[in-house]
Design a protein around this ligand. Structure first.
Ligand code: AHR
Length: 628
């Protein structure tokens, strides 16, 4: 009797133990499809902020190549007189230039120089210059002089004065002419960012210079192109679109300082440059066509933001004064996507790209909820009518809700703490599916500087589970800002996805979270049921119907383990691929000095082991589980 009693107690203890292990449960039914996942869910947002293009993606090495002060004035900032031996030189302002866009120049007056004691000018670059061994650099400039037959150009190591590369450029006497040169480094140097550029002359005389430029090898070898390291990091995210050119950058501080796309196309000598709202001058080397090449190179679609008559300091344009801005937007769309028989499509052809770019989405303005005059109702509706009349095929994005005209999408922005994002993850679950679709055009968890720490990656990952669950409604989303130069003074907005200096670049934990989410996105969400999971535990379950894979994303934003009974139906008895991103604490992060402290780790495990699965604290997991 006693034995039977003991056996029963043991049995009930076993049942109890099993039940308590099963109490923390996530049940996923991959056969029960809930909603389609938007294939364009993950993309990129970009603008000139934090030295994103100049001193960032746009590979130009010389700073202030057009001798321009912020605004329209003249400046020799970042240029220095260079006097070897006992030579003498003076730099000053020249009141003439090679184009109407660049009407000024640097006047270089050499009063004493010889072939042994050269004199001229030097440029310090954007916090130095990334110079690598066995590399060819492409240089160019405009000059006018009656004094010199040649200029000596060099890259020089700041610390040692060693000449890393040198060349001579023959000059013709007379009016403004363009020149090109190459500089090739030897194989025996170490890569450095402590380097500068010199242009020198070997006898007294006067020369005027403008648009002095130097490029390293670029991604896909595009002239006037982008840094390969940053392009490769973005390519690994497999972004579906690029929202450009802002953000605040499309608006400018004033109407005058808006992103005036017509002044950003064609030869660089025709681009006057302009002041960005983030306090520094933009070279506009990254102009409208360069944005489109960036899209083409990374197989993304443009999400084109057009200037819509509102600038950050409150200037707003209404009535007849809005007409030229509406026309500019129509012309811009024609430049991007019109055929070559159109005026602006033909110009695009002349600039080297006859084929129209793919375009589906146009955003009208940026964050127009800041326009307290209420003029966005009129502005949106007039832009929308004009665009729809000519291009009914495009989807129009409003930057805040409007009543007079129905946008196809509304752009919602979120800059939050991890806890705020944890509390927001159900915001869209119950939202009306009959209204405009949603574009989450800027979002980021803002902890960590200059780049997000692991706590931010957890906030982001939690938020992405909600983007995925609601991606029948949320068609597109993009993190912001994407870039920062990590040098002192390089950053205007803290917590940026990727950091870099002139030579190196690194990815934040938040970047890796995005790579994991966007590279493992299914085509449908599936039914999940959860019981007794921690309040900081989040998940997303999608399936790829074609590849027959369940993508299960688990986010444990608590710092203690989350035991999980995973009840998965319809899965194959095979190997599961698991990608784990883990931080020892929320403060853990990557830096330019320690770029790989946190990175995803790939493992495999048998599907049979999943039923009891522990997710460590401060951990993001993506599991690719084969389906029957
Ligand atoms: O992403 C930084 C800024 O935040 C953007 O320029 C603006 O749209 C938002 O306020």
């Amino acid at each position: 009797m006693k034995t039977i009693f003991s056996m029963l107690s043991l049995a009930s203890l076993l049942v109890a133990t099993t039940c308590s292990a099963h109490a923390q449960q996530l049940k996923v039914d991959p056969t029960s499809l809930v909603a389609p996942v938007s294939p364009t869910l993950y993309g990129l947002m970009t603008e000139e902020i934090n030295y994103s293009y100049d001193a960032g993606l746009y590979a130009e090495m010389l700073r202030n190549r057009t001798f321009t002060a912020p605004g329209k004035g003249f400046s020799l900032n970042y240029w220095r007189p260079v006097m070897h031996g006992n030579s003498l030189v003076k730099l000053g302002q020249g009141d003439h230039g090679p184009s109407a866009a660049l009407p000024k120049s640097a006047d270089v007056t050499v009063t004493s120089a010889s072939p042994q004691d050269l004199a001229g000018l030097g440029n310090e670059g954007y916090w130095g210059m990334g110079v690598r061994p066995s590399t060819v650099y492409q240089g160019s400039f405009y000059a006018t002089s009656d004094a010199f037959d040649a200029a000596q150009v060099r890259l020089v190591d700041d610390q040692t004065g060693t000449i890393l590369a040198a060349s001579s450029v023959n000059l013709a006497k007379g009016d403004w002419k363009p020149y090109r040169f190459t500089l090739k480094t030897g194989g025996d140097m170490k890569a450095t960012s402590a380097a500068h550029f010199e242009m020198l002359f070997d006898h007294p005389g006067q020369i005027s210079l403008q648009l002095i430029s130097l490029f390293p090898p670029t991604y896909h070898n595009r002239p006037n192109g982008n840094r390969p390291d940053l392009m490769e990091m973005m390519a690994a995210m497999h972004p579906q679109f690029l929202r450009f050119p802002g953000g605040n950058y499309v608006e400018g501080n004033t109407v005058e300082e808006r992103f005036n796309w017509k002044e950003t196309i064609g030869p660089l000598v025709g681009r006057p440059t302009h002041r960005s709202p983030w306090g520094y001058q933009s070279t506009d080397g990254m102009g409208l066509l360069e944005f489109l090449y960036w899209c083409e190179d990374l197989h993304m679609e443009p999400v084109l933001a057009v200037y819509a008559g509102y600038s950050l300091r409150g200037e707003h344009v209404t009535g007849a004064a809005l007409d030229p801005h509406i026309q500019d937007a129509l012309d811009e769309i024609e430049f991007v996507a019109g055929d070559t028989k159109t005026k602006w499509g033909h110009l695009r052809e002349l600039l080297g790209h006859p084929a129209p770019f793919t375009l589906h989405y146009i955003e009208i303005g940026n964050e127009d909820f800041f326009d307290k005059s209420g003029s966005y109702e009129e502005r949106f509706s007039r832009f929308a009518s004009a665009i729809r009349a000519k291009y009914p095929q495009y989807k129009l994005i409003a930057t805040t809700p409007v009543k007079q005209s129905k946008p196809d999408l509304i752009d919602d922005h979120y800059y939050q703490s991890p806890e705020e994002f944890f509390n927001l993850v159900h915001k869209y679950d119950k939202m009306d599916r009959n209204g405009p679709k949603i574009f989450v055009g800027e979002w980021a968890t803002r902890t960590g500087s200059p780049t997000p720490n692991f706590g931010a990656a957890l906030g982001d990952a939690a938020w992405m589970t909600s983007l995925e669950r609601n991606s029948d409604l949320i068609l597109m989303s993009c993190y912001a800002p994407l870039f920062t130069n990590v040098n002192p003074g390089g950053m205007q907005w803290s917590t940026d996805l990727l950091g870099y200096d002139a030579l190196r670049a690194y990815a934040s934990p938040a970047y890796y979270a995005q790579v994991l989410f966007s590279n493992h996105l299914g085509d449908h969400t599936v039914k999940t049921t959860a019981a007794n999971l921690g309040s900081r535990f989040f998940w997303s379950a999608t399936v790829s119907k074609t590849t027959k894979v369940l993508h299960l994303k688990l986010v444990n934003a608590s710092d203690t383990v989350q035991p999980l009974h995973l009840d998965l139906s319809g899965i194959k008895d095979g190997q599961v691929k698991m990608y784990t991103l883990h931080g020892e604490s929320r403060w853990a992060t990557n830096t330019i000095e320690q770029p790989d402290a946190i990175h995803p780790v790939e493992t495999t495990l048998p599907a049979s082991k999943l039923s009891e699965h522990n997710v460590a604290g401060n951990t993001i997991e993506v599991l690719d589980i084969p389906l029957i």
